[in-house]
Design a protein around this ligand. Structure first.
Ligand code: T3D
Length: 265
């Protein structure tokens, strides 16, 4: 791990035991995004995407919030501002890299997730939230539409009826509600949150990373493919998995009644 990450001002970044941890770190603003945070996240995500030995990524926030979306203090004088450009230079650039990361990305929502903050979380592969956390589609309360692909993800995760209502009303959704609606994987009691997250991340980092990478991509593809095309895709991907070290190790470990030692390739 290089020391050069010590200079980050809006994030904390570390890699340990094949897990890359990214912590959004502007707690006084509930980790809302300014330009520097967009730029630093871009640097860090690019680094992660280049490291083939990273086997799990953890994204979380410092302090009592996960992320309150865009720092609205940077959006005064809006009549001369092109938000399409801002999205392209900030969130969209980062989400494209996030999606390209081969390893599973766990989002640990440690507190309120509002606006872009909520939808960044939903773009991750596994979302775990503190029971006290809330998800708020805050956009329409300031005259915007959901971004960070919220309008693509939410109808798929929770259905059109709920997606339209919560985005139009800006209703805060509790972590438990989010779990019961299928918006996130799990709501966890606040006192158990850190240990559940750490266990989840360590478990994923020791599973067959290449297969996990295929799983995340092929599940996303399922929304575009028709039935027959998707059967073909599964066949092709399974062919590759069948040639992997991890498949052979998984089968041997099962037959020998021992714990598998996956290498991630
Ligand atoms: O512009 C583009 O690039 C287009 C893309 C936009 C994407 C977006 O994310 S738009 C949506 C932006 N986010 C919001 O509208 C959410 C605004 N925040 C809130 O509604 C509330 O803060 C929360 C519901 C998230 C939390 O409420 P609460 O009561 O727990 O905390 P608080 O007191 O409101 O906030 C604590 C501090 O953080 C406070 O600062 P202060 O008064 O202690 O100095 C507050 O101003 C600050 N803060 C919270 N969110 C933001 C923020 N400062 C700037 N921007 C924020 N988004």
């Amino acid at each position: 791990m290089t020391d050069s990450w010590d200079g980050l001002q809006t994030l904390k970044f570390s890699i340990k035991d094949h897990v890359a941890s990214v912590v959004l770190c502007r707690p006084e603003k509930l980790n809302a995004f300014n330009d520097l945070m967009h730029d630093e996240l871009f640097l860090v995500l690019n680094h992660i995407a280049d490291q083939s030995d990273i086997r799990c990524v953890l994204l979380t926030g410092e302090g009592r919030g996960f992320c309150a979306g865009q720092d609205l203090g940077t959006r005064t004088g809006h009549e001369s501002m092109d938000l399409g450009d801002k999205l392209e230079q900030g969130y969209n650039k980062n989400l494209r890299i996030l999606k390209s990361i081969h390893a599973p990305v766990v989002c640990a929502v440690n507190g309120v997730a509002a606006g872009a903050g909520a939808n960044i979380a939903l773009n991750c592969d596994v979302v775990i939230a503190k029971q006290s956390a809330q998800f708020i589609q805050a956009f329409s309360s300031i005259g915007l539409i959901p971004d960070c692909n919220g309008t693509w993800l939410l109808p798929k995760l929770i259905g059109l009826a709920r997606a339209k209502a919560i985005t139009m009303l800006g209703t805060p959704i509790t972590a438990e509600q989010a779990e019961s609606w299928g918006m996130i994987y799990q709501a966890v009691a606040d006192e158990d949150f850190n240990s559940v997250v750490n266990d989840m991340v360590a478990t994923l980092a020791n599973r067959p990373t290449r297969a996990l990478s295929f799983i995340k991509n092929i599940m996303d593809e399922s929304f575009r493919n028709d039935y027959g095309v998707h059967l073909d895709r599964e066949r092709d991907v399974q062919r590759v998995c069948g040639l992997s070290h991890d498949f052979s190790e998984g089968v041997s470990a099962f037959l020998e009644k021992r714990k598998p030692e996956f290498k991630g390739h």
